[in-house]
Design a protein around this ligand. Structure first.
Ligand SMILES: [Zn+2]
Length: 104
């Protein structure tokens, strides 16, 4: 089990539902291009993200490393080829569509 899953399990055991929920929804807070930066260990991305202090880099990095980031695939929503996108439920969604749906 990775650091991210371990932390989630630990928080759940402590009954800290607020933090557990945050980790479950972290996907909606971080853009595909930002996930890519985290995967590349590029800490400048931290300036763009608004994360609580208890979320450390190791946790973020472990989470990002489990994410599949597409490159130049076709978005299922707008049919455009997009370099930055993310797989949601096995479907490829580009960053701009991702931004739209995350605001719903
Ligand atoms: Zn799209």
């Amino acid at each position: 089990m990775g650091k991210f899953e371990t932390k989630k399990t630990e928080l759940l055991r402590k009954g800290d539902l607020e933090k557990t929920k945050f980790l479950e929804n972290i996907e909606k807070l971080i853009l595909p291009s930002q996930v890519k930066k985290i995967q590349q260990n590029d800490k400048t991305v931290l300036k763009e993200l608004v994360l609580p202090a208890w979320v450390d880099w190791g946790l973020l990095y472990d989470w990002a490393s489990t994410k599949k980031i597409g490159s130049g695939k076709t978005c299922i929503l707008c049919n455009l080829d997009a370099e930055n996108g993310v797989f949601l439920l096995e479907k490829y969604i580009c960053e701009s569509c991702f931004l739209k749906i995350k605001n719903i």
